[in-house]
Design a protein around this ligand. Sequence first.
Ligand code: UGA
Length: 313
Amino acid sequence: MKILITGSAGFIGSHLAEALVTSGHEIIGIDSFLPNYAREVKEANISGLLDNDRFTFMERTLIDPSWLGEIDFDIVVHLAALPGVRQSWGTSFSDYVENNVLATQRLLEVLKNRTGVRLVHVSSSSVYGDRDESPLTEDLPPEPISPYAITKESAERLVKLYSKQYGLSSVILRLFTVYGPRQRPDMAIYRFIKAVSKGGEVEIYGSGSMHRDFTFVVDVVRGILSAVERDIRDEIINIGSGRAESVERVVYMIGEMLGKEVKVRRVGMMPGDVKGTLASIDKARGLLDYQPGVEIREGIEKQIIWMREAAII
Ligand code: UGA
């Protein structure tokens, strides 16, 4: 199949492109190189793909989607977004609206006229908000508590609206705190490994009971791949590990693995952060035959190896 991946130079997009190329698909990868972290890092993410005959890369934005008219594809995996929960307050909100809401709407305007094209839309666990129910099941109504999560929920609503109005075949995947090689530098595990290895202080936000369903990127990619290859439509599906780990335990685990002392500075709860997440993955198991296989310790080890190889630590 011919697959368009938006955000293909990002953390998850670059892994997905590699997996899809290996599975024999033809990939058109686009990325606008948003400046949320260094362009060189994103270029390095796709450097191993550029020589592959089945991978074509283009630097493009969805804000002006006129270039899409000349491109032929069967499926779009829409990963492009401005990510980051805690950074989305204040003046940066307009960038979140532009890149998460407007860009999605412009893509949908193109897709509404393409018969037979499918959309795999990538969303976020943050749309659930701060709630007592656990695990989080897809039927819970979104209650976002950060500006970022509001833009991700809006994008989901647009996907559902265009699908209903124009018969677009779409599926929405909600990813839970993804980690592993190429993780974004603003994310917790990256920051923790870097700080601990350099003997610096780790900042832990909120109380010791903050927890996340940390999901290894290879498991996430398997879930997306399965959604690409199966004709599932009009569904919202969680992609998590199905296990929660406290942020504090992750920090001490990293200290143990690196053989370094951990220095912790406790900082208050950050606005927009939810206290905990845990995905119900029953639906993913049933519809996608999804089976996350990477346990947190093994995943962090792989991220440490990558951070060494990339000379980050
Ligand atoms: C992550 C991504 O950054 C979002 O783009 C994505 O939408 C979201 O997952 C998701 O699940 O959908 P987040 O869960 O905040 O958001 O991921 P991390 O930045 O890795 O933070 C994980 C936890 O560590 C949070 O509880 C955070 O408060 C905490 N943290 C983070 C710290 O205690 N200290 C830090 O220095 C950084």
